[in-house]
Design a protein around this ligand. Structure first.
Ligand code: NAD
Length: 457
């Protein structure tokens, strides 16, 4: 048996050590999931829904301790941990409300004794290799609809959110999901690699582009359904007619919420030259109001950096930008430990020769670039290999719609940012991934449409 040590990123202290999986235990769990899936699929949808309803009630009842666990192992500020758990309730409500109609058999043709129907059958055994930054959101986006649709789920939480992943398993089992229908796997990259090698019917991955690419290469020849929800370099353009104060307050939050460790964090800001200076002044005032500190404290806004290696990435991006002529207004450096800390950082005078405007930062770091026209802004917004979200601030809806229609992004925002809705599909262009979660499409994606041609004898 392997072991996994779990540390608090805010203090560096060991929280606990848990038993971890190895190749043999992963294979055993995959076999158990396979054996259990058929009976789960045959369980009436109403009974599967009842399990998820009880699960949601249990999460609600344990919200405080669950938030505290997530905060301890990820460094997420406690208020944001509560927000995530409360947000999960809305997502579960959506899935419960939409699943009957989405999975219902459709009769698409009936004439002269010939009937054509579409059935939505479960994929079978699906693997979910997940990320740590919003473990309940990105995990729940997969396991809630996957279980409702009749799949067995092999869930590997990130090694940085293991205790949260084990809590999900405990609560699902207590809610009536059979032990072998939802199985957690504990460990890091090796356990993820062992999981992807199993005879699975779908792999749903949330994480970095580098890991996603590796998984896609390994899985490609096996023709297993693969979804990849990867990173972003999400831009927002503030037009000349926008209110600089309102836009700055919203975008500072969008850039720094969850310590900038959101897949849809605002990662690049373009501001029209005519309001650039007013915007930067308001942006800096907002960032300076963010309290950095103990993630367990109620008034903390900026918590710890979850993964220590990310500190070097942030330092390198700042150094590259400053070396190429950017102006550093605040931060730009680590904060004293113990634990992993980086000061909120704002740079102006940036351009696309700098990694900070090209590669995901995933930290409390933002570059603001001055632009002269809408056309220049659209060109820059599209000048990236990613395409998760993009936004425009302007009071003029027609202008926003015209601009956002030209931007390659799965999600676009008018006068808002860093927002996810369970009613809308979540997907990306380019290196932000393939496939989607959420919305009714995010239920169907865990099923295979089966075509029935039925002729009366
Ligand atoms: P990561 O790629 O380091 O790890 C993700 C998961 O993959 C973990 O469970 C890890 O153990 C596993 N893994 C690592 N190497 C593996 C391998 N070789 N084979 C199989 N599994 C392996 O990413 P992370 O640091 O956990 O997450 C941060 C990234 O996730 C960011 O890029 C962020 O933008 C992205 N993200 C995207 C979305 C989205 O919806 N698009 C949501 C959240 C996070």
């Amino acid at each position: 048996m392997n072991h996994l040590a779990i540390h608090n990123p805010a203090t560096g202290a060991l929280i606990t050590t848990v038993d971890a999986d190895d190749a043999a235990s992963v294979a055993d769990k995959a076999g158990r999931a396979r054996a259990a899936q058929t009976a789960w699929a045959a369980t009436p949808l109403a009974a599967r829904k009842a399990c998820i309803e009880r699960f949601a009630a249990a999460v609600r009842a344990e919200l405080e301790p669950l938030a505290a666990i997530m905060t301890r192992e990820t460094g997420k500020p406690i208020k944001m941990s509560r927000n995530e758990l409360n947000g999960l309730m809305g997502r579960i409500d959506f899935f419960l409300g939409a699943v009957d109609a989405t999975l219902a058999t459709e009769t698409v043709f009936a004439d002269g004794g010939m009937t054509e129907q579409i059935d939505h059958t479960p994929l079978g055994v699906v693997a979910n290799i997940s990320a740590w930054n919003y473990p309940w959101f990105v995990g729940g986006n997969v396991f809630v609809p996957a279980l409702l649709a009749g799949n067995a789920v092999l869930y590997k939480p990130s090694e940085y959110a293991t205790l949260t992943g084990l809590a999900m398993a405990r609560l699902l089992h207590a809610a009536g999901v059979p032990a072998d229908v939802f199985i957690a796997l504990v460990g890091g990259a090796e356990v993820g690699a062992a999981l992807q090698a199993q005879p699975i019917d779908g792999l749903f991955f949330t994480g970095s582009h580098a890991t996603g690419e590796r998984i896609a290469q390994a899985l490609g020849p096996r023709l297993v359904k693969l979804q990849l929800e990867l990173g972003g370099k999400d831009p927002t353009y503030v037009c000349d007619d926008a209110n600089p104060q309102v836009a700055a307050e919203s975008l500072a939050d969008g850039a720094m919420y969850n310590t900038g460790q959101s897949c849809c964090s605002v990662e690049r800001i373009y501001v029209h030259a005519s309001i650039h200076d007013a915007f930067v002044t308001a942006f800096l005032a907002t960032v300076n109001s963010f309290k950095v500190g103990d993630p367990a404290a109620e008034d903390t806004y900026i918590g710890a950096i979850t993964r220590a290696p990310q500190l070097a990435v942030l330092e390198a991006q700042v150094a590259d930008a400053v070396a190429k002529g950017a102006t550093l207004h605040c931060g730009g450096h680590r904060l004293p430990g113990p634990g992993n800390w980086f000061a909120p950082t704002v740079l102006t005078g940036v351009d696309h020769s700098m990694t900070i405007m090209q590669e995901e930062s995933f930290g409390p770091v933002i570059g603001i670039q001055k632009v002269a026209s809408d056309a220049e802004a659209v060109g820059l917004m599209n000048d990236t290999r990613y395409g998760l979200t993009a936004g425009v601030f302007t009071p003029n809806e027609a202008r926003a719609r015209t601009l956002l229609a030209q931007v390659r992004a799965g999600t676009v925002y008018w006068n808002c940012c860093d927002r996810v809705s369970p009613r809308l599909p979540w997907s990306g262009y380019g290196d932000s991934g393939v496939g989607l979660t959420l919305s009714t499409y995010g239920i169907q994606t865990f099923t295979r449409p089966k075509a029935w041609h039925l002729r009366q004898a």
